[in-house]
Each structure stands twice: as structure tokens, then as C-alpha cells.
Ligand binder design. Sequence first.
Ligand code: PPS
Length: 568
Amino acid sequence: MQIEYRAHGGELKDLYLNLEEAKIAKESAKNLNSWDLTHRQICDIELLLNGGFSPLEGFMSQADYDSVLDNMRLADGTLWPMPITLDVSNEFAETVKTGDSIALRDEEGVIIAILDIESQWTPDKAREAEKIFGDDAHPAVSYLFKQAGDVYLGGKLRGLSEPSHYDFKALRDSPAELQEKFCKWGWKKIVAFQTRNPMHRAHQELTFRAAKQVEANLLIQPVVGMTKPGDIDHFSRVRCYEHLVKQYPEQTTMLSLLPLAMRMGGPREAVWHAIIRKNYGCTHFIVGRDHAGPGKNSQGEDFYGAYDAQDLMNRFADELGIEMVPFQMMVYVEEKAEYQPIDSVEEGQNVLNISGTEFRRRLAEGLDIPEWFSYSEVVNELRRRYPARHKQGLTIFFTGLSGSGKSTIANALLNKLMETGGRSITLLDGDVVRKNLSSELGFSKEHRNLNIQRIGYVASEITKNGGIAICAPIAPYRETRRQVREMIAHLGGFIEIHVATSLEVCESRDRKGLYAKAREGIIKEFTGISDPYEVPENPELVIDTVGCTPDEAAQRIILKLENLGYIK
Ligand code: PPS
């Protein structure tokens, strides 16, 4: 097809080698030093190779990186707001030098591209964080310090294979493919909408009005690479978008997925998103309230002003080559039974809104979500993903000293829940786990942590799949318990129960004779005697077994579960 591809900086890049070149390069790449790309790097490389990041021809060199940080421009002056760098570990960096070529591989070992290293440096991460994002509550800053490697490699890429995707293939287009579709359909003016959330009626209204306003076709291009940690997975979102596109007039709107790794960089990110959409052939880009903002900072304030992104877009309007369609928040006006931009609401009119938190509460409790807020197909899709609490998976995590009564209560609870029926339940008792999952482990801090993490992993899988996991290890360390909670809480319920029977009582019971042995020093590192037990700070329930039978303890837990909505 003879078309003039639109691209930032002039030419739409395609960094893939042709078949013949790729065959030769693949052969020679077998002997090259290899770097296994992280998920974020896979997202970046896909858009580098297919031209989504035109005019970039690889990961940034130090000169481009410094210039982007200081001036929002590449070293040659082209507008570019976001660093696109290949971070590697110190150990790997020691094995390569400028002038080397390295093979970049995906998680399965497939060579995606060869990087010809032109630049290698240790970045000042604090400077990058400050210039691009702000304080350390920002998710990208946490990524930068906790996950990203300490050394950056820059250089041109030679693409060998496209990163593979097995899901929603029909909805994935490269910039060239999308531009070819637009050309074939006669779409000249295209307004793009970016999102990382499910879309409801307000978004449909906003995008439809934006397209009407500039008399353009509409491209809904949600991000499916990496979004803010904790966001709804893209599988559920895309099914929602598929329902939503049916709400627009025929032949006006299309859905295409963007494998971008977002940084949540607010204004800079908005400019970056616009450039990417330009590379996908769009002429207009919708920028709404708090575009790509990450929420609150460590002082509890929004990181960026609500319309900072629009201001920055305006600053570069002349050279961007894609026009902004600014949009305000849309709200539902009850008297008019329609959506309106918030500024056009008249005094005295009743505005209805359901916040994100309220929406999640209603899903969790199985409550009504009104038609004016969303489409029933979209809500049903989200109800499937987020069933009401009593249909969700759940982990009941006991912690307490040896002999405190954890296993007995856990067993009583298991039997009572089994009697009720209807749920699949697994008991991961401390002793049983030690015999099966963790038979090679001892009781050092490192081994205990590993043991608890294994229990947490199994419980997280059970919870994710809708079952109930009852865990009953000592789990003496606060930080490890916190990690387990974090691993599970976003997948379903997590209830921590401290079986707070005192050391004196546990020792006087000494059912297995272990305390006596610990006192004599025969058993080392014994919790409560020669190893610490860190008391939970905010467990959902505290039970002292003195004066409380196992039946009573299990009943208290059942009532707690009922109170929290996990059983009905
Ligand atoms: S941990 O700390 O959570 O990994 O411990 P856990 O897997 O629950 O294992 C505790 C059981 O192992 C026995 N045992 C010890 N406990 C604590 N400290 C030491 N050094 C130790 N050595 C063996 C003990 O029987 C624990 O079982 P319970 O049922 O808690 O009494």
C-alpha cells in the first residue's frame, strides 16, 4: 500500500531486520552475551522496534538521556519527554563494554533484538526521580530504586523477532498496520483516547463528544502493557472495552491495544502518549483531568495539578504535530438525565457520581450499580472478575507461638466450614508444611522466611482460584507476614489471626516437650526462648486460648468472617 506514514521526527521507524539479515544475525547472536529482558523492557522494546517510539532507534544513549531529563528533548533537539533506557545489573554491566553487541531475550529465551552498545553509564537515580516524577511515593520512583538495575546501556537495536502475545491478537496493531487500516477506511482525522481503567458511561460520553467536536473518527487505545500497580488486569478490561465500543455509531470508532509500560508521569507522560499516538497515525489526542497521574504523594496531595498535563501539551502545541482535545471531568446531571462537563453544570442542579472506591465497594458487597453509571455488560464483566466477598477466595492466616493452639483452632475451623459446605478448603498447617513443602528447611531467619513465603505462595494461588486457604505456621516475623498479606490481599480476602496464648502458658503445656529441650539448649533458635516472636500490630482477630475452647475460638472466627462479608 502506498501511504505516507505519519511519525514524530519525520520517518516511522521499523527496526526489524529483513528475513535474510535476521537469519544471519540470529546465527551470530548465539555466541553473544545475553540479557534477559524484564517485563517493562519487553514493553519498551516492542514499541521501539515497531516505531511506536519513533524517532528512537534504540535504547537512549547518555547524551539523549541527560537532554531528556533537562530539556524534554533528545540531544538533536527533537521533543521527547520520557527516558527510555535499558537498565541492567552491575554484574552484567561488568561483562560488557561500549562497542559490544548483546542479545536481548524474552522470558522464554527467544532473541528479540541485538543491541549495539554505544553508551554505558551509572545514572543518578535521585536526579532522574526528581526531574521526571517527584517524591518516593511515586510508583515509578519505587520501581526505579527497588527494581531497575544500576547501570544503563544505550545503543541502536536490530530487531529479530516480535515480542509474542497470545491474547486478543485481533486487537493488536503496529503503528504501520494501524495507519494502513486508517488509510483503507478513509479515516483522515483520528482522535485517540488513552486509558488504563475500565470505561463507563462518562468515558463513552467524553470520547464521543470529543470526536464529534473535532469531526474525527475515534480510536480507543487502552494500555495493556504495564499500568499502575493494583490496576485491574487487562484481560478483564479489554472484555469491557469490547462491550463498550458497541455503544458508538457504526464505522466511527475502533479499539486497538497499546503494549506500553506506563510510568504514571503526569504532564510529561501526556506529551509522550501524544507522540506515540501520532506514530500510530492519529491527528488528535484527548487529554483529560489528571492525565496519567499516579494519585497521592507522601503528603497525601495529588502529584500533579489536575490540568498540568493540558498546560504542558499547550506549551508544545506548535511542534507536537498532534492536536490536543482537552476535556473536563464528565458528571451525570440528574435533572437532565445526561452527562455534562463539570464546568457547565448550573447552580442547584443535582450531580451524581460514583467514585472508584465506591464502585469497588459496591462490587465487593454485590450491591446495585445504576444504569446511568455504566453499561450492564461492563458491570457484569467486572462482577465476574470481582465477585462479591462471599464468593471470593480467602486466606485465613494464623500466627502464634509453638503450642499456642493454632493447629487445633485451624482444624476446628476447617471442620465447621466443611460442615457448611460449598467451598474448597485447604489447611496448610505448620507441621504438615514442614514435612511436605519445606522438608529441607531449618529454623534460621532465612529458612523461616522462605517457609512462610512458600506458604504464602500456595495460599495466594488457592485464594486467586476462589478457594479458602487456612495457614497455621508460627510466622514469627512481622515483615514476612506483611509480604504475605501484600501477595494475597489483591487476589481476595486476607484475615490474620494472632493466637496470643502467652509464652508461660505455651511452655507450661509443652505438649511436644520442645520447650524443655529449648531451655536446655538442645533445640536451638526456638521461638520465644532463643528466637524472637514479633507480635502482630493489626491482626483482624486476636484469640487467647486460655479460657476459650477450640469450638468457641472457631465460632469467633466464623462470626468475624460473616461480619467482614466473607461468608453469608
Ligand atoms: S516458622 O517459624 O513459621 O517457619 O515455623 P513453622 O513452620 O510453623 O514450624 C514450627 C513447628 O516446628 C517445630 N519446631 C520449632 N518451632 C520453633 N522454633 C524451632 N527452633 C523449632 N524447631 C522445631 C515446632 O513443633 C513447631 O510446631 P508448632 O505446631 O507451632 O508447635
